[in-house]
Ligand binder design. Structure first.
Ligand code: GEK
Length: 246
């Protein structure tokens, strides 16, 4: 396989504009997310393992905000049976087109459906596994509770929701420390100070992080009784919530 194209979007000085998932971003996204999210490869692989454990026969699996299909493809590779449908949704045409092209090279995968739509406009039903891998952070905060509720309602009892997010910390000192450590991580991945600061400005109004406590409370309000963090590195975490069997 060819090495992914290197992300140089913020390498040169440019006017501040809100970050969007356009052609330019989609083109370098594999490199961008791997060098920008500590533990991304581990999270992707573990999502596959979790899905294998929880995907029940005849159910649906959702990858919401699928981008190029990292989580979706990991799930298809890990789940030991084929009796499920995977719906991968993203509202970026550029992402869905590239994911579709990648799927076309894997004709043995026949149970994946790609949907180019806003998460507000899709129906969630009969789901045993739902994945929001670094997507909820891009949804306006006031729309988040409605989405988590719809996911809960659309899930089979015994199913799981996996929610990965960039997080913030209530303690100011800890928050600053972990952001700083994150920036050190990005530098170690080859990003310059200019790239780090320009990307940070572009994401300022677009990616709104919350505390783990806020996520847990929202999940609880939506109906999930069991929810906790299964992965964390600096200010990035992944949680799993379980829909109880009555
Ligand atoms: C991965 N999960 O590689 N409706 C649909 N899609 C949306 C919406 C929305 N309202 N808002 C944002 N997106 C992936 C990575 S990236 C995370 C997810 C990141 C989509 C957006 O187009 C983008 O593809 C994705 O959510 C977020 O496992 O870039 O940090």
């Amino acid at each position: 396989m060819n090495a992914p194209k290197q992300d140089q979007i913020y390498a040169n000085e440019r006017p501040v504009q809100d970050f969007v998932f356009d052609e330019k971003v989609a083109d370098v996204f594999a490199d961008m997310i791997n060098r920008s999210v500590p533990g991304y490869a581990t999270i992707i692989s573990m999502i596959g393992m979790l899905a294998d454990r929880y995907c029940t026969p005849g159910s649906r699996i959702y990858d919401l905000g699928c981008s190029l299909g990292g989580a979706a493809l990991s799930m298809t590779h890990h789940i030991s049976h084929k009796d499920y449908r995977l719906l991968a949704v993203d509202n970026s045409t550029a992402m869905i087109e590239r994911f579709r092209a990648a799927l076309d090279t894997q004709p043995d995968i026949t149970n994946v459906e790609l949907i180019c739509a806003d998460l507000d406009d899709i129906e969630i039903t009969d789901a045993s596994v739902v994945v929001l891998n670094f997507t909820l952070q891009f949804i306006a905060p006031e729309r988040r509770v409605g989405l988590i509720r719809r996911i809960y309602e659309g899930m089979r009892p015994g199913g799981i929701l996996i929610l990965s997010e960039k997080i913030r910390f209530a303690d100011t000192h800890l928050n600053e420390l972990l952001i700083d450590m994150y920036h050190q991580f990005k530098q170690a991945q080859g990003y310059s100070q200019l790239e780090i600061s320009q990307k940070r400005s572009a994401l300022e109004n677009v990616l709104i992080p919350e505390t783990i406590a806020a996520h847990k409370q929202r999940m609880h309000e939506a109906g999930f009784r069991s929810c906790d963090t299964w992965f964390q590195c600096f200010n990035f975490a992944s949680m799993v919530a379980f829909k109880e069997i009555p």
